[in-house]
Design a protein around this ligand. Structure first.
Ligand SMILES: C[S@@+](CC[C@H](N)C(=O)[O-])C[C@H]1O[C@@H](n2cnc3c(N)ncnc32)[C@H](O)[C@@H]1O
Length: 253
């Protein structure tokens, strides 16, 4: 007979990519793990705000009957290798403590996240905080379909082929590297474009790349919008789910 001690009780943490919005783009594995996990920790941009990841997951795995930990992560820029904003550190620490309190009670916790967990997701800030405080935490990362893959597929376009070099850029940053990347690489994915749209249109016009660019807003969702002429989007309030694909080379002809 084995006696379960408090210290042997430990929950497992799952970081689950739920894809970019279309429920059919959630993987079987994501659905299985979310179905089996009673506690979900969900990211929101403000206190008691809605969670996009939760809304996506809920389309296939009903939230009802689950314990939902709503974790607020303010939308602030993170510059890796530089000192992190105190408000962010505080928010991540608070979120980590909340998740840890459930893991310590032997409960598994799933963290659904937009697209794939390994691409610009808060999941890894949360994980770093949890591992710092609770290094023994067992974690599984479940890959998801990225927004850039969904956007490229919707245009029947490859992201990269042959000797193409692909760059993925968080365009929310006013980054000197962007001009260089756009002039030197074959395909560039610009994410988080909604707040810098007009500046990006100016830059792409200056570099003569407008005809090589497509802008996809809310890919795979009922109100998806595609701008094959990005100049038509100038001045518009785009949804946060907006991505530009800049592809210079033709496939063959
Ligand atoms: C914080 S990043 C998350 C990326 C995500 N982890 C992934 O794997 O695609 C958010 C950005 O993803 C892109 N995005 C997410 N969902 C999208 C969608 N349905 N349509 C177009 N772009 C989307 C947008 O560029 C948005 O600003």
């Amino acid at each position: 007979m084995s006696i379960e001690t408090a210290s042997s009780q430990t929950g497992h943490l799952y970081l689950v990519g739920v894809g970019p919005g279309d429920p059919e783009l959630m993987t079987y594995k994501a659905v299985r793990i979310l179905t089996d996990t009673r506690v979900w920790a969900v990211p929101t941009a403000r206190e008691n705000g809605v969670s996009s990841a939760l809304q996506i997951a809920d389309q296939l795995v009903p939230v009802n009957g689950r314990e939902i930990l709503s974790l607020c992560f303010p939308m602030k820029k993170v510059f890796l290798g530089q000192e992190t904003d105190d408000q962010l550190l505080l928010a991540w620490g608070k979120a980590a403590d909340e998740v840890i309190s459930h893991l310590d009670r032997g409960k598994d916790v799933a963290f659904p996240t937009l697209g794939d967990a390994t691409l610009y997701s808060t999941a890894f800030y949360l994980l770093a905080m949890i591992l710092e405080r609770r290094p023994q935490t067992k974690v599984t990362v479940v890959p998801g379909i990225t927004a850039m893959a969904a956007c490229a597929a919707s245009q029947s376009s490859p992201l990269a082929l042959g000797d193409d070099v692909l760059a993925v850029v968080p365009a929310a940053f006013e980054d000197d590297r962007l001009r260089h990347i756009l002039t030197s690489l074959d395909t560039v994915v610009l994410m988080k474009v909604h707040r810098r749209l007009d500046a990006l249109i100016d830059l792409l016009t200056e570099l003569d790349l407008v005809d090589h660019t497509v802008l996809i807003e809310r890919s795979g969702l009922p109100d998806e919008r595609v701008y094959t002429d990005i100049r038509e989007a100038r001045g518009k309030q785009l949804h946060y789910f907006s991505t530009m694909l800049v592809r210079k080379k033709k496939v063959l002809f």
